[in-house]
Design a protein. Structure first.
Length: 207
């Protein structure tokens, strides 16, 4: 299964997001957009999907939804051109409804926060396009290190399914190797790429 590195963006202001999208266009074709609503975690990001429309023909957008009732966010973001939806089961009222809504616009993925066990996934894997495992402590902030025991969830999932497994949290040029060995195939990197004077070179080290 082909692996993929996807730059992550977690920002409160559109101008910061746009600056990163302009850079992303120069070295890859996908972006992982984090949204938080201040309820799931004590952090709130930019939450207006409209400005993303101008980039949706050039960039494949996936949405990491760290929000209450993520199924309610799908339609506006889907209409803005997002094509993959990663919803957290911790605040999801219906996994079945979430998957049905997501598939109207693209791909459906279930996301697990750091402490959440994979037994919380109640939807059959064959109905999912991907599973995201958050590999730091708790979602909502960029920068925490990857925790090795989170990779145990990746190993467990890989024994159960062949669908893409995405990891997010503490991905850098060292930890990506261990995550790949554990069975992950997509790797979201945020702080490692952007807290650098040369994001393109950082991306290349991962890819």
């Amino acid at each position: 299964m082909q692996s993929q590195v996807i730059p992550g963006i977690l920002e409160k202001e559109w101008d910061q997001i746009e600056t990163k999208l302009e850079q992303i266009k120069t070295f890859t074709t996908s972006a992982h957009i984090d949204i938080t609503d201040g309820k799931f975690v004590n952090n709130k990001t930019f939450l207006d999907p409209e400005p993303f429309k101008k980039y949706s023909s050039d960039i494949f957008f996936e949405l990491h939804m760290m929000v209450e009732n993520p199924e309610g966010f799908i339609e506006p973001w889907g209409k803005a051109g997002f094509r993959r939806f990663l919803g957290h089961i911790e605040y999801m009222s219906s996994q079945k409804e979430f998957v049905e809504q997501a598939k109207k616009y693209g791909e459906a993925g279930i996301a697990l926060d750091g402490p959440t066990h994979i037994s919380r996934i109640k939807i059959p894997f064959e109905q999912l396009d991907t599973v995201l495992v958050y590999t730091s402590n708790r979602v909502g902030f960029s920068g925490p290190p990857l925790m090795e025991d989170r990779l145990d969830k990746v190993r467990h999932l890989r024994k159960l399914t062949n669908i893409p497994i995405e990891v997010d949290g503490g991905v850098n040029d060292k930890t990506i190797l261990r995550a790949r060995e554990a069975g992950a195939t997509r790797f979201v990197s945020t702080s490692y790429i952007w807290q650098s004077e040369n994001p393109i070179e950082q991306f290349k080290k991962l890819a």
